[in-house]
Design a protein around this ligand. Structure first.
Ligand code: CA
Length: 707
């Protein structure tokens, strides 16, 4: 029987969630920091702090936090999105870019919008990112999200009915979208990713929220000068490039961090690494290569260049600056600062003055060996000798391509003055010794067998000499120092939420949601979710009840990039249910059933006669598979572990799945071009890896996949 208080809450929710008159979302509403109850942008409001002043749930009573409602998401796989909440309704994007709305007090499904058409995205790389959508934007009475194949879609937030679709990229371009759009001043901004997948020249485009008509576009790097420059900023940027960079696109793709600042009417975008990574190839005579790896401020109305701050001049390690951009008013050295906080891959925590982009301070928040420090006079990092693998390398660089911080968003608590950063502690070696730098070509995006093109060989260095591969860090941006740290067993951990209740929430890869004291890092609460988390939590309040909610669906880069570490977690692909959970102090729901962690056990066929040469060739073919199925065929749970798959032992099934694409709807691309020999080789490689895992054979070195 329902308790009286629960019944009252439900009745009040029904009365107040008036779905016939949706809230009109505008800048005043999004910028209003006293609008405690809602979560209106990727980072809650325009400052992107992921801080909510709500304090009903606090450090004293969080131990009583219980499950309030949940929703099963049976068609989902990897879930990494941040839900939005407005007017009693929660909006979110699931695997395969399926958008949903639910009643935020009950979890009752209100609408589903499936943007997928048949056939699915035409390139395999796009299929590989089908489970990586990070979220939505809201404006007026619409919600917006982008699909992996480059469509920006506007839906009526009340009904989920389609309003408009805009194709934001040319299908021939090596681009895809996993990021959340940004809405401000009647416009919706979206970028794209792809710097590793072909000649790629990044850009951001703003569209009219009502009509979808293009308002402005800003390219991040200059194109071929003989075609003329789009604007003076591109002309300025071109002076920092050498050679024929446009043949390689140059990169700079804006695939994640975008923040609108109503005080200066500016959008800040975090820009990507070079395409290819190796600067010797794309800009052989050197140069800073603007606007790679930068925070770029653009006029919100026109897209005109305002200022830039480049975190990694002449980027050559995949040190992009795509990470989230947080706005905060700080008091530093006796003065009030309109600050911009940014913790990009390169391992330095930056505090910029957002009036003009000038550097206030920068200190390493993880081990950093590529630069001794950032010179506050010049604003430039002081590089250590040899880090550019000038003589071919190899050279060991910390942090590596995953960065000291990646796209899992940080949060900032103004009450405590602390930033909570999911940090990565890894070292990689870089070498282009085996690469013909002078005649290197970008990978062909449309080729039947897609390749990733870095222009440099990388290997993770083990052991990395650091106490843990990942951590949650509380960082003081004024004093630029760590205040507390939680060591975590794997590198890639999800984003954080912080609240007025002196709390920090973070889901963990081991399948728990944890609450820490914001000041001390003391663990105050833990809830077993039954599956590893890849998405950040949010909070909101409806009718005097505060909720903490998150999507639970192990997958996307957090799952696929971890390899053997993630394998140990036991989140076997396709095994554990995907769900949306909401917690409250009044919660009384029992947890739905799930499965215990289960490591896939590799299969051996003793009758299989292993041919070592074929297995070696198969290892090369497997280069196409490892981005999802894991380096060394050790799956972290983002895709099936092929060593344990009976399919790999049955020729006809293998052919149907790999070459004919019978599982394309579930995200397995078709590799119709693979020859009979390559198919056979693949089988030998998988069998060999299975025998290695079973201790029947010696292991071979493992290459890891990085985002
Ligand atoms: Ca990259």
């Amino acid at each position: 029987m329902m308790r009286r208080v629960d019944l009252m809450i439900v009745l009040m929710a029904i009365m107040t969630a008036d779905l016939s008159r949706p809230e009109i979302v505008d800048d005043a509403l999004i910028a209003n920091i006293d609008n405690n109850a809602e979560w209106l942008t990727y980072g809650r409001n325009h400052n992107e702090q992921r801080f909510s002043p709500l304090d009903q749930i606090n450090s004293e009573n969080v131990k009583h936090l219980k499950l309030d409602w949940y929703l099963e998401l049976p068609d989902a796989s990897g879930l990494v999105a941040t839900p939005l909440v407005a007017d009693g309704v929660m909006y979110f994007v699931c695997s395969r870019n399926v958008a949903r709305a639910v009643n935020a007090t009950t979890g009752k499904l209100l609408w589903t919008y499936n943007p997928n058409h048949t056939p699915l995205p035409e390139t395999r790389m796009r299929i590989a990112f089908l489970h990586g959508n990070r979220g939505m934007a809201m404006w007026g009475n619409k919600v917006f999200f982008a699909t992996v194949d480059g469509r920006l879609i506007a839906l009526d937030s009340r009904t989920g009915k389609h309003v408009w679709t805009k194709m934001t990229i040319a299908p021939s371009e090596a681009l895809y979208i996993t990021g959340a759009p940004k809405a401000f001043r009647g416009k919706v901004l979206i970028g794209n990713g792809g710097a590793e997948h072909g000649p790629s020249r990044g850009y951001v485009t703003a569209y009219d929220a009502e009509t979808g008509k293009q308002a402005w576009r800003f390219y991040i790097v200059p194109g071929n000068p003989s075609h003329g420059f789009e604007n003076a900023a591109m002309e300025m940027a071109a002076k920092t490039w050498t050679g024929e960079w446009w043949k390689f696109g140059g990169g700079g793709n804006v695939w994640h961090g975008m923040t609108y600042d109503p005080e200066f009417n500016v959008v800040y975008v975090g820009t990507g690494n070079g395409s290819p990574w190796n600067r010797k190839i794309r800009s052989p005579e050197g140069g800073d290569n603007l606007f790679l790896s930068s925070v770029l401020a653009l006029d919100a109305d026109t897209g005109a260049y305002r200022w830039h701050y480049q975190t990694t001049p002449g980027e050559t390690w995949d040190f992009n600056s795509n990470m989230d951009i947080v706005l905060a008013d700080l008091h530093i050295d006796g003065r009030d600062v309109k600050a911009l906080l940014h913790a990009p891959k390169n391992g330095f925590f930056y505090v910029l003055d957002r009036r003009d982009g000038s550097l206030i301070s920068a200190e390493p928040f993880v081990d950093v060996n590529w630069a001794s420090h950032v010179d506050l006079e010049t604003g430039r990092p002081v590089e250590m000798p040899g880090v550019r693998y000038i003589d071919g390398g190899p050279v060991e660089v910390t942090p590596g391509p995953p960065g000291g911080h990646n796209w899992s968003p940080m949060s900032f608590n103004p009450d405590h003055g602390l930033v909570y950063i999911p940090t990565v502690h890894e070292t990689f070696s870089y070498s282009d010794e085996m690469i013909d730098v002078a005649s290197w070509e970008s990978p062909e995006w449309q080729t039947p067998v897609p390749k990733r093109g870095f222009g440099v060989d990388i290997k993770q260095v083990f052991p990395h000499g650091q106490a843990s591969p990942g951590s949650l860090q509380a960082w003081d941006p004024v004093r630029q120092r760590q205040v507390w740290r939680i060591r975590l067993s794997v590198a890639w951990n999800p984003g954080t939420l912080t609240t007025g209740g002196d709390l920090v929430f973070q889901g963990t890869v081991d399948g728990n949601l944890r609450a820490y004291h914001a000041a001390t890092g003391e663990t105050l609460w833990r809830w077993n979710l039954g599956l590893g988390v890849s998405a950040p939590p949010i909070t909101y309040a409806i009718d005097k009840t505060q909720y903490i909610a998150l999507l639970v669906g192990w997958g996307s880069t957090p799952a696929t990039s971890g390899g053997a570490d993630n394998y140990k977690l036991g989140w076997r692909y396709g095994k554990h249910p995907r769900r949306l959970f909401a917690f409250s102090l009044q919660g009384s729901r029992a947890m739905p059933e799930t499965f215990d962690p289960e490591r896939p056990i590799p299969l051996d066929d003793p009758n299989f006669e292993l041919d070592d040469e074929l297995a070696t060739l198969g290892g090369e073919v497997f280069g196409n598979c490892r981005m999802c199925h894991g380096g060394g065929a050790i799956s972290g749970g983002g895709a099936p572990d092929l060593r344990a798959s009976p399919m790999m032992l049955a020729d006809a099934v293998l052919d149907a799945v790999v070459r004919k694409g019978t599982l394309i709807e579930r995200g397995m691309p078709a590799f119709s071009n693979l020859s009979d020999l390559q198919m056979k080789a693949l089988q030998h490689y998988i069998r060999k890896q299975a025998r290695v895992a079973l201790g029947l054979l010696e292991p071979t070195p493992v290459n890891v996949a990085v985002p």
